[in-house]
Design a protein around this ligand. Structure first.
Ligand SMILES: [Zn+2]
Length: 263
């Protein structure tokens, strides 16, 4: 049984790493309104998650910690992995990512930038309507936010949450993710004080960096482990390679670990 599962996972990896996307052409777009998506497992990550029980040794030794820098959230706390998309919403790429997620009946977390939430409120509404989780990613993708005072950091995050909720009244924003992962004790303290979780990641394919579609798929497949939080991008540049990688990545991760939604 285990050998068969391992063989299947190996084959899936082989297909993922060597295969192109030709077989994954999306079906014709449905003109229907958004159908309800069956609710899958949801998890609430904590900063000190229990290491996932895998039942068998993971492929890689646990060289990465169970928590991220400054005790941020790095893993889901369950076996299932979570998908996160940063730097949107973007009028071209976000709908494509949402289409793929909807077809796969998978929910993800969108780490949105305040100025873009202000510009694209309809996209914000669609993200929430289709059951995804919203994460604050600062007002204007401020890599240097940690150099500001705690009061300024708080104002940046509050302003972003206000803009998100102007587009989607009352929506929960349970997480904050610092652009560039440049966490500081001040940022983490403000985030926690505001009742949010500082959301880091475990798998980074560097899809923002002109990485090819096959390479994005390969990196995610190789880095993923039980409970991984996968960092990808639906904004901030040409995301066609990320979009191209998504269908097979979703299939692979779901078969091997399951995909959970962060709450
Ligand atoms: Zn970002």
């Amino acid at each position: 049984m285990i050998r068969r599962a391992a063989l299947a996972a190996g084959l899936a990896l082989l297909v993922l790493v060597t295969g192109g996307c030709a077989g994954d052409e999306p079906p014709p777009r449905r003109v229907l309104d958004y159908p309800p998506i069956p609710v899958e497992t949801t998890v609430t990550p904590s900063a000190s998650p229990t290491p996932p029980k895998t039942g068998k040794p993971t492929k890689k030794p646990a060289t990465r910690g169970t928590v991220g820098p400054l005790n941020t959230v790095r893993l889901t706390g369950a076996r299932g992995v979570a998908l996160t998309f940063d730097d949107g919403p973007h009028p071209e790429w976000t709908p494509k990512v949402l289409d793929i997620l909807r077809r796969a009946k998978v929910r993800a977390t969108f780490c949105v930038v305040g100025v873009k939430a202000r510009k694209y409120p309809a996209l914000m509404a669609r993200i929430v309507r289709e059951g995804h989780t919203v994460c604050n990613h600062s007002w204007n993708h401020d890599l240097q936010l940690g150099k500001k005072t705690n009061a300024q950091i708080r104002e940046d995050l509050l302003r972003t949450n206000r803009e998100i909720r102007r587009a989607v009244p009352g929506v929960r924003v349970p997480h904050y993710r610092q652009p560039g992962g440049k966490w500081t004790p001040g940022i983490v303290a403000v985030v926690r004080d505001m009742g949010m979780q500082p959301l880091h990641w475990d798998v980074d394919p560097a899809d923002w960096d002109d990485t090819s579609t096959p390479e994005i798929k390969k990196r995610i497949a190789q880095q993923a482990r039980p409970g991984s939080i996968v960092l990808m991008h639906d904004g901030g540049g040409d995301r066609s390679r990320t979009v191209g990688a998504c269908p097979q990545i979703l299939t692979f991760l779901r078969q091997k670990y399951g995909i959970v939604r962060l709450r």
